[in-house]
Design a binder for this molecule. Structure first.
Ligand code: CDP
Ligand code: MG
Length: 687
């Protein structure tokens, strides 16, 4: 077997092995309660149940460390419930990602044998599947933080489990402080105690233990297969191509049911890869197993996400093409081969330039090992093992790997903090800069956040005397970036809330445009009727208006024909509905501005003015922040090929260059009208 192994990304074809021809027998695989019990009992956490419960009884805070798939997320909350911890309140488990919250809640409801939303439920942004009967509640960390705005002491919860703590998302990091304080205050006021459990994949834990008042650390024994690691011999210039070649090398060589997990960076890349793999698979010899290819990324609808968990039928092979979601948040049984491109799309914020960039970049060494480990999980429940070999194909050289950072930088140290500062102020934290952070964000990025909030008129005062304005308080009630919350607030005066709600909802979902690689021209030609010379935001609105005007039964077909995403448009409808309710609560009249889109663009300017860019002589754009970035319109933008003098963008992405992805045209005087002081100082629009 070992001699048949090829270096990742090498291009010579492999001859499929005859003795690995697929079996014809198909095993339908609905899990019976007995199967589920067997699977539960096979998890590492099962054998230490009583020990865990005793420790949690004895201490207010505990830290649980265990390899992914040892059963932390799915089992511990059930243990706590069975152990009586839900008598005085709900057990809440936070997840950094929506997909994990939904899929785990679904799984646990199935394990418990109740309908989702009853004993077991979940709450994610714009979706609440809980009831008064809910005792085990999975929630995104962002949603729990939002809930804390209304109830600083989180009184309805008896246990708060902060899961996936190693991910160090900005919301989890803030929750650490919020939960720690709630625990202390509840103790002081003799309210029912709050248990705090921090769970994480393997990592250095001293810092966590110290932060949580020297909380005891419990380690779970992992049951991990040995995984062989293969690095590329040469650096890969095209990681997508290298990944594709590697998938088919594995596929031609390995027996069925040895599933493959591929790590890419984002939705578009993943959808394109799924498509290409399916295309190539059609031409494979009959001796190869049938390929079942699943995409997996955060914004994929829950139903589709859950498909990755379906057991691989006999004679088939599953390929999951995923973002870093599958690194720790989600475990898919049966994966034996990992194809790791070494890339991840991550938010990076530069306090110097004030730019929040979504950037494709190298992973950390810790992430590389998490990815590798995904091939080594036990395939509990699956019956056939043709081979025990498990390999992680790293599409980067050993030398490249040595240059990776050891650990991923906590999000709080690489994100725009405006939203967090606004929330901390709304939480009653007097001086957000001195908040009890586990790792303090830099002074510059704090300052940058205050400046942004000041410019948005959400805060006033300075230093320790900083406080929310009325506007700021209202902005904090929207689960949105402060810039977009400001846009909604501004629609009150400009009389265009109807349109603005749609635009903001559309900006809150992934791209509504669906452009398959092979059909780019077709898609663009068909969508031309929606394209507005005023920019993407108006184009999106045109699509949305057409979509909403259709009878329900025509929508699917219409989306297919017009190359737009039904799913994302539908999600936008739901989000809009919820934003509408929040608007009514904030006394914003739902007026429409009809067909003239000038007020819509003016209104968007009120929140997005910091994202201005100016046309240069040579035809590119320069951003007008303190640091100038050179950018061009993304080919998918309505403004691609146009040259308006000034634009505002919602999203800037950096790959090989900077691209303005979603942008609209403005008049420069709108900038001065909105923020006269700011634009007087900066040169660009001041001519
Ligand atoms: O949290 P941790 O990574 O320790 O493990 P877990 O998420 O509780 O997963 C334990 C087991 O449950 C794994 O073997 C998963 O495959 C399985 N599981 C599942 O079948 N369906 C889910 N939606 C989640 C987990
Ligand atoms: Mg987990």
């Amino acid at each position: 077997m070992a001699s048949a192994k090829k270096r990742p990304g090498s291009k010579s074809p492999q001859i499929p092995k005859a003795n690995h021809s697929p079996t014809k027998k198909h095993r339908p695989n609905p899990e019976t309660p007995a199967d589920i019990l067997k699977q539960r009992e096979s998890l590492a956490i099962f054998s230490v149940k009583e020990k865990l419960l005793a420790k949690i009884h004895a201490h207010n805070s505990c830290i649980i460390i265990g390899e992914t798939a040892s059963g932390k997320t799915t089992q511990l909350p059930q243990f706590l419930h069975e152990g009586g911890f839900s008598r005085q309140g709900t057990i809440v488990v936070t997840q950094p990602r929506r997909v994990a919250a939904v899929s785990v809640a679904t799984r646990v409801a199935q394990e418990v044998g109740t309908e989702l939303g009853q004993l077991v439920g979940y709450t994610v942004r714009f979706q609440d599947v809980t009831s008064p009967a809910t005792k085990i509640k999975y929630m995104t960390d962002g949603m729990l933080l939002r809930e804390a705005l209304g109830d600083h002491l989180l009184k309805r919860y008896s246990v708060i489990v902060l899961d996936e703590a190693h991910e160090r998302t900005i919301h989890t990091d803030v929750l650490f402080g919020v939960v720690k304080k709630a625990q202390r205050v509840r103790l002081k006021r003799q309210l029912p105690p709050l248990k705090v459990i921090v769970m994480s994949a393997t990592m250095n834990v001293d810092k966590f233990s110290n932060y949580f008042n020297k909380a005891p650390v419990l380690y779970l024994e992992g049951r991990q297969y040995h995984v062989e690691v293969l690095h590329s011999m040469e650096p890969q210039t095209d990681y997508l191509f290298a990944a594709l070649v590697t998938v088919f090398q594995i596929h031609k060589r390995e027996p069925p049911k040895s599933d493959i997990l591929v790590f890419l960076t984002g939705q578009e890349e993943i959808e394109a890869m799924v498509h290409t793999i399916n295309d190539i698979a059609k031409g494979m010899p009959a001796t190869c197993p049938r390929l079942i290819v699943h995409p997996l990324y955060a914004s994929l609808p829950s139903q589709q996400q859950l498909r990755v968990f379906q057991p691989t039928p006999d004679g088939c092979r599953k390929v999951i093409v995923s973002t870093n979601i599958a690194e720790t948040s989600i475990t898919i049984r049966g994966v034996k081969f990992v194809v790791d491109t070494g890339m991840v799309k991550a938010k990076t914020f530069s306090a110097i330039s004030g730019l929040d960039l979504l950037k494709v970049q190298r992973i950390s060494k810790a992430q590389a090992w998490q990815r590798t480990g995904r091939a080594g999980r036990q395939s509990a429940g699956s019956t056939v093992h043709y081979s025990l070999i498990r390999i992680s194909y790293r599409l980067y050289t050993q030398q490249e790997y040595r240059n990776f950072l050891d650990d991923t930088i906590p999000e709080i140290q690489r994100c725009n903090l405006a939203s967090i500062v606004l929330q901390l102020l709304a939480l009653g934290v007097k001086n957000p800069a001195s908040f009890d952070f586990m790792d303090k964000p830099s002074g510059e990025s704090m300052k940058c956040a205050f400046t942004e909030l000041q410019l948005l008129q959400a805060v006033e005062g300075a230093g320790e005397a900083v406080c929310l304005t009325d506007l700021g308080r209202q902005m904090a009630s929207f689960p949105l970036d402060p810039k977009l919350a400001k846009v909604i607030m501004a629609s009150k005066d400009l009389g265009c809330a109807e349109e603005i709600l749609s635009v903001v909802a559309l900006l809150s979902v992934d791209s509504i445009l669906f452009t398959p690689q092979q059909k780019i021209e077709d898609a663009q030609a068909i969508r031309r009727k929606f394209v507005s010379s005023e920019g993407d935001h108006i184009t999106y609105l045109n699509i949305f208006r057409a979509f909403r005007g259709l009878p329900e039964h025509d929508k699917h077909k219409w989306c297919y024909e017009n190359y737009v995403h039904y799913r994302n448009l539908n999600t936008a409808c739901n989000i809009r509905q919820q934003l509408r309710d929040l608007c009514l609560r904030a006394n914003i009249p739902l007026k429409s501005c009809g067909q003239d889109m000038t007020s819509v663009r003016k209104c968007l300017t009120k929140g997005l003015f910091l994202n201005a860019a100016e046309l240069q002589r040579e035809g590119t754009y320069i951003t007008l922040g303190p640091v100038k970035h050179k950018a061009t319109f993304h080919p998918s933008s309505s403004l691609f090929g146009c040259k308006p003098a000034y634009v505002l963008y919602s999203e800037i992405v950096q790959t090989t260059r900077c691209f303005l992805r979603t942008a609209f045209v403005i008049e420069p005087e709108w900038l001065y009208e909105t923020a006269p002081n700011y634009f007087r100082q900066s040169k660009g629009a001041n001519r």
